[in-house]
Structures are given as structure tokens and as C-alpha cells.
Write a protein that binds this ligand. Sequence first.
Ligand SMILES: Cc1cc2nc3c(=O)[nH]c(=O)nc-3n(C[C@H](O)[C@H](O)[C@H](O)COP(=O)(O)OP(=O)(O)OC[C@H]3O[C@@H](n4cnc5c(N)ncnc54)[C@H](O)[C@@H]3O)c2cc1C
Length: 333
Amino acid sequence: MSKTITITGGGLTGLSLAIALRKNGVAVALHEAGNYPRHRVCGEFISGVSRETLEILGIADSLADAQLHRSVTWFSGNNHLRDNLLPEPALAISRLLLDDRLQKTATAIGVDLHTGSRRKINPHAPGEIWTAGRKPAKGGWIGLKAHIRGISPKAQLEMHSGPRGYLGVTPVEDGWHNVCGLFRIDKSIDARHEDLLPAYLTENGNTELAHRIAAAEWREGSFTAVAGFALGLQSPTPGVLSLGDSHAIIPPFTGNGMTMAFQSTETAFPHLIAYANGTLTWPAACAAIQHQLAKRFAKRLTSAKLLHPLLFHTAAKPLLKHAPLRPILSLIR
Ligand SMILES: Cc1cc2nc3c(=O)[nH]c(=O)nc-3n(C[C@H](O)[C@H](O)[C@H](O)COP(=O)(O)OP(=O)(O)OC[C@H]3O[C@@H](n4cnc5c(N)ncnc54)[C@H](O)[C@@H]3O)c2cc1C
């Protein structure tokens, strides 16, 4: 009989890991603090994931009808900067839909899913995996997201930048556009809840977009916000195997965070199967996974960290306007 794997955190990393393990005969318990379906702060634009990865994990069906976006248009303030074809189409689907589909798949194949179950970190416990997302930290960032309809799009995908941050506009399903941005926290902004989005855009010089958003239809319950996190490698807890955002957060402009969630699972699950079947000890499985994660993600985390500040600098605008997109994208995948 195989050993049980216990996963804490039912976002994309936890759900995809639970499904991949269960499809390979491993007993899995998954604890999620919240419930499904729910909106999450995310640009809902998936860049750089291969079909092969999704198929290996057994989750390709859940993304089969995701929208495919082939081009992106950049704006700085209210000014058009450039149009680019993406090297390969990016997938777009709301987390409301995707996480819910994955939790239904997980339940249907026998994952022991506990929603409304907030667990404590349990160091050195064999078979326990931490996929609970961003670790609380002083990062100075705020992430804001909503679904909006009737926004009069200017392009297939829009990226708007300014000195305080950036925001993407991405069509998802049913005529809704995801608007999601990352901004440096500005305590002087006197706005609350949904009003934060147009307020941050205005402060960032994206006034034309702020007006479009304020005039559009907002999807009920879709506004979400998150603060109190840091980008990059998260501070590790000794004796804990952390995957996905709880291991490392790539800056959101890359559209690669969800890809990293899936690729973390792809890297980890063969070792976890070996542990569950008794052919690998827990410390050996953890060491192999941590080594491979570091190798797989080092280049893109470093490149994204170096590129990220350029998005905010007016002096770097010519670079944003003229730099070749393909080689840059290859650095952050
Ligand atoms: C502003 C912003 C925009 C982004 N845009 C994009 C984008 O366009 N494309 C992209 O690919 N990525 C984007 N990302 C990143 C992407 O959302 C994450 O990389 C991805 O969600 C990571 O998945 P995860 O499962 O590791 O973490 P999460 O999705 O955060 O899931 C963690 C889960 O753990 C649960 N949890 C937390 N604590 C506990 C506990 N103690 N017990 C039980 N459960 C717990 C939470 O409720 C949550 O469901 C963006 C991020 C931000 C901040």
C-alpha cells in the first residue's frame, strides 16, 4: 500500500499535484483554507506552459477551451508604445473557472479534498507538502484584479505601465476582461475596494484606461486585492517542502507564475510517487525536488528580477519600446 501525501493549499500547484499523484495511484489528502469557486488576484494569462506538461499532469482537458492570445500591445501612461506577436499563443482562462474545474477533477478521481481547512505548517513531517502560496512579507506591493465587460479594448492583450506599476487587460471567458495590476503601495491614495483600481491607474498616469474601467460593467464579486508579499524566492522554512508561489514568485509581468505552478508539480511528482511507493526516503525525495526546482527556475527568476525594475523607469522607456521581445521572453521561461 502506498503512503499518503498530504498537501496544504489548493491553488494551482496543490490541485495539479493532487491530480497528478492520484492519477498515478497515490493516496492524497488536500487541505484548502477557502472554498471553490472563487476569484483570485491573477492576470489569468498563462505564458510558456507546454501542452506536454499539461498532459503529463492530467489537466489538459481543463484548459482545452482556454482562449488563445497571439499579440500584445504595450502602453506607457496613455501612450501607445509597441505591438508584438507572442512567440507562441498564451492561454487565458479565469481562476474562477480553472480552479473549480481542477477541484472537481480531483474529487472525481478520489483526492480527499477538505475545503475550509486552514492548516499549520508542520516541519519535518514525511509526506507533507506546502503549496499555500505567497508567504507573508514586507514587499511594498499591492495586486488588484477585477473582471470587467464593455471595456472597449484597444488590442487583443493590453499591457499598461507607469512609474508605480503595471496592469494587463486580458479577455477571458463569456465576454469578460480580466484587469489585473501590480503597483507599489501608495499610502496617499484615498480609495477603497473597487475604487482602488482606477485610483492606482490614475496615479500611475494611465488615466485613459482608468476612465474606460470606471465606465465598464464590473462582474459581481470579482474584485480582489492582495498585499504583504515579496517577489522572488520566498524565505524557506527548514524541513518543509514548498512548491509553487510558496517556493518562489516570479514578477507577474512574465505571465509565467501559473506555468511555474504546473512545472513545480511536473518536477516534484515522480519523486513523490517514489516516496509513496517506498522506493525513496522522504529526505531523499525532498533533496531531489529542491535541487531540480533550483535548476529549473534559477535563470528565469534572476532574469525577471533584473528586468522588473525597468518597467517602472521612464529612462528605460526606449528599451521597452525597441527591445526585441523574443530573446527577452526566452529569458523568463
Ligand atoms: C498581481 C498578480 C498578477 C498575476 N498575474 C499572473 C498572470 O497573468 N499569469 C500567471 O501565470 N501568473 C500570474 N500571477 C501569479 C499566479 O497567480 C501564481 O503564481 C499562482 O496562483 C501560484 O499558484 P499556487 O497554487 O502556488 O498559489 P495560490 O494560487 O496562491 O494558492 C495557494 C492556496 O493555498 C491556500 N492556503 C493558504 N494558506 C493555507 C493554509 N494555511 N491552509 C490551507 N490552505 C491554505 C489559499 O487559500 C490558496 O488557495 C499573478 C500574481 C499576482 C500577485
